[in-house]
Design a protein around this ligand. Sequence first.
Ligand code: GLN
Length: 452
Amino acid sequence: ITSEQLTKETLATIKADNEKLNAYITIDEDAALATAKAVDEKGINADNLWAGIPIAIKDNIVTKGLKTTAASKMLADFNPIYDATVIEKLRANDVVIIGKTNMDEFAMGGSTETSYFKTTHNPWNLSKVPGGSSGGSATTVSAGGVLAALGTDTGGSIRQPASFTGVVGVKPTYGRVSRWGIIAFGSSLDQVGPFTRTVKDNAALLNIIAGHDDHDMTSSDKAVPDFTAGLDGSVKGMRVALPKEYLGEGVDENVKKAVLDAASTFKSLGATVDEVSLPHSKYGIAAYYIISSSEASSNLQRFDGIRYGYRAKDVKNLEDVYVRSRSEGFGNEVKRRIMLGTYSLSAGFYDAYFRKAAEVRTLMINDFKKVFEDHDFIIGPTAPTPAFGIGEDSNDPKKMYMNDVLTVPVNMAGLPGMSLPAGFSNDLPVGLQIIAKPFDEQTLYRAGYAFE
Ligand code: GLN
């Protein structure tokens, strides 16, 4: 099969699916076909697993000449003039970019319901959310539209939708992948990562996007190993940790069962599994929402109605441009985060909120360090429940935030994390989360590959 044939078939599938799933904001038919043709003419490099294959991109990753909205009215007509580093790398590896996927506005949310444009439906049950914020990317991979998609994960936005839709999603170590050209949410937490159907596909895609970038001073110059090496199915002698806090109150019984079954699987493969404690996990949500919202309030200052993005009509003066453009351009969830963030950072409240949250973050990092002194990886649920109903939590921000309790600690500590399919609860997929030491994605992939 040629890349052009595959791209044509992919376009037909995703266009038909989009009518019911709403996974895409933009499908880039002409450019995708042109790339595919060019790749065919040049000849496909057989060593590159992803050459000539169409993949989808979350719409907060900028793509030159291809509308990039972050699912916000603010950027509804934004056409970037450059490619994010991850996009440059994909293009250099002959990957075909097929379109931009739906998400929560500015990646703030866990259900894809805060998108300005539309709500994405879970392919397993159309009345359920696909998770979020990278819900469109997870959905199109789950539905068989594409073999891979990129997402971003600030507090769970790759792993939680992967869990809800039954696919493999990886958030790499903070610094492993360049953030240049990612529309920033929480700069100390954001990472780009792949969604795929299999662990090996995922490893091969991370190979392409990982690595140091001069444009991002937080990207690491550590060497990038071949993540597909070492996938031999063995976890013999490895030491697995199961934190007791991750199976506590609020975790669905079938989710618990899937994780305990996974623990048995690892044991039967020759690993040891110990119960451990991450005692500061319970403060994770509070600290995460203060830190991520503080960073968001700073990052979102640039959307002022002047430089680019939405500008209110019939304005009276400069103040009016700012106020009305932002009032009309941002949705409610984004405004909530900006208010929370500016409050936490303001004089008089900084010590009580931002500084406290930063201290909690250090305690959380130390919890993990301690566990990793004598363990190779951690397992637990990705999310406390399977996918919930569309509309079920969307008017209750605190309830929505609680869904992130098992994913945010990983971002707070900058660790690599994976979600992969581990069972079902009421006919909906359940994800197993695997967490490894900083820059040890190889162990994530080894463990995931042995398990799947
Ligand atoms: N659900 C979390 C939030 O709303 C995580 C979002 C993300 O990882 N981008 O902040």
